[in-house]
Design a protein. Sequence first.
Length: 307
Amino acid sequence: MQELKPLTKIVDTDFMGVYESWILAHTEAGGHILIPYMSVGHFAFESAINERKCLVYDNNPLIRVNFESEFFYPSLAGIKARLGEIRIIGNFPESEAKRFLDPKTYDEVMSIRTFLENAPKDAINLWIKRLVSETLKVSNEILNGVATPQYYDVKESALRIYKSIFSYVDPMKILILHEFVPEFFENEGRIEEYLNGQKVKMAYYAPYAFSAEQYFRNNFLKLWFFGITKEQLFNASINNTDELRVKKDFVALHKKLESAGMMVIEKIPNYNIESFLKLALFYGYENIKSYVNSKGAEVYLMRKLGI
């Protein structure tokens, strides 16, 4: 059985360069890369700017919320103009969120929410949805009933957040080729329909630890705004000691990876991937490269051998 190569230390900023070099060396322009979990978008971004399309499948409803807009960056003027089109109305029915928001703020949020429900999911509307959700922060004082929610202008707050984000955006992200923006799927079955029997040259496996209970407690207004239920969130909860899930993950990727295809396996400090690596070695994968950065993140490049 093959063994893992010793980890080579690498500075944090060079991780992006490692991703790009592996993508260019082992895949072709226009090809597909599988990503069963998407805790961060770096690998998918490097794939997109190098004209490879990632197929992301994850039953966590937050994945699209947190990452879909990351591949489009409209102008600030475009965001402002679209917000200006949204008419603020009132007399909305009661909801679970109303007691945590000032009445005027509630009307603004509900007006935007209603507009977005009936509007196309273009880049600007994706960002407006994300930005408004980021304004929905609730202090402990309000949660505990010892303070009254104060009014804030939702549109102006959303614009301030986007202005701050946009000022730090890598120019390459603004110029990204939209043809290669990732496809997001909710389950593996949809991926199989999309591939229609074809196999891929690369997969990226970087599972994340996720506490649904804690996230729901800290972000329940954001989830309400997106229409995500507590049940949906808990169904996506990941247990990093679930051996059955690890085996299922490996088999799913192994079947879809062509012979001599590459698997990039990344380990963040709070997740255990030893079982996944052992399976890869047992199935005859060859470890080509192994790196670790100063934060303890490890990344392994594995080649599928055999027929």
